[in-house]
Design a protein around this ligand. Structure first.
Ligand code: KIV
Length: 254
């Protein structure tokens, strides 16, 4: 069995040049299976709103839904580190809200770290959560909770000004105490720049191969989806078709 992955393990992996493999999970049995692969980081992402709950986007996801799925995942006692996403409006209104809600993900859900979207303006939030002894993962680039502000799911950091701003955001998040940063939907040369600039690991999704690690949404990479996937997603299986065929065969036999 793999040794328990902690923040120290994740930080050490960047220093030794070992890539970090991360994936989302939302339930007990999937987590057990995933953990047997030696995965480093399991993220109970607010993507559960779309792939589990059937919402249009991640915005309606509640703290209760996050805690419910975190409980299922952490009950599997994975060796991988478990991170819980802070859902929309659980940390935007005030620093106090943010600390209390991060605390709930840890205390009630069993998360070992939390992830939140946003750059420099969330420095006070990150600092306060870290002061409460909760490890934080930052999230820059295409941040799905800002869907309406971004005007859709668009690649971010294409122009010089926004790219430079994102490099500053990453440095600010590191200084505030984040132990890693997810980079989503940004050009690969920008992801490389950020990865070289910060000493904490970057974990990419649609950000090229030069990040310190990669993360994928489990359902997407297994081929269980009801909408077109982003182009960067590598689909490793067609489990959706296989479920349809298996259940179809059963129905026929009955
Ligand atoms: O919600 C999520 O699953 C995420 C990952 C895609 C990084 O934020």
């Amino acid at each position: 069995m793999k040794k328990k992955v902690t923040t120290h393990t994740i930080l050490k992996m960047k220093r030794s040049g070992e890539k970090i493999a991360a994936i989302t999970s939302y339930d007990f049995l999937s987590t057990k299976l995933i953990d047997e692969t030696g995965i480093d980081l399991i993220l109970v992402g607010d993507s559960l709103g779309m792939v589990i709950m059937g919402y249009e986007n991640t915005i309606p996801v509640t703290m209760e839904e996050m805690i419910h799925h975190l409980k299922a995942v952490t009950r599997a006692k994975p060796s991988a580190m478990v991170a819980g996403d802070m859902p929309f409006m659980s940390y935007q209104a005030s620093v106090e809200d943010a600390v209390r809600n991060a605390g709930r993900l840890v205390k009630e859900g069993g998360a070992e770290s939390v992830k939140l979207e946003g750059g420099r303006r969330y420095v006070p939030v990150v600092e306060a959560i870290v002061h409460a002894s909760i490890p934080v993962i930052g999230h820059l680039g295409l941040t799905p909770q800002s869907l309406h502000q971004m005007g859709g799911y668009r690649i971010q950091g294409r122009d010089d000004e926004s790219a430079a701003g994102m490099v500053e955001d990453a440095a600010a998040l590191e200084k505030a105490g984040c132990f890693s940063i997810v980079l989503e939907g940004i050009p690969s040369d920008l992801a490389r720049r950020i990865t070289e600039k910060v000493s904490i690991p970057t974990i990419g999704i649609g950000a090229g191969a030069d990040c310190d690690g990669q993360v994928l949404v489990l359902n997407d990479m297994l081929g269980i989806h009801d909408r077109p996937l982003p182009r960067f997603v590598k689909v490793y299986d067609s489990l959706g078709d296989r479920i349809r065929n298996a259940v179809g065969e059963y129905v026929e036999e009955v």
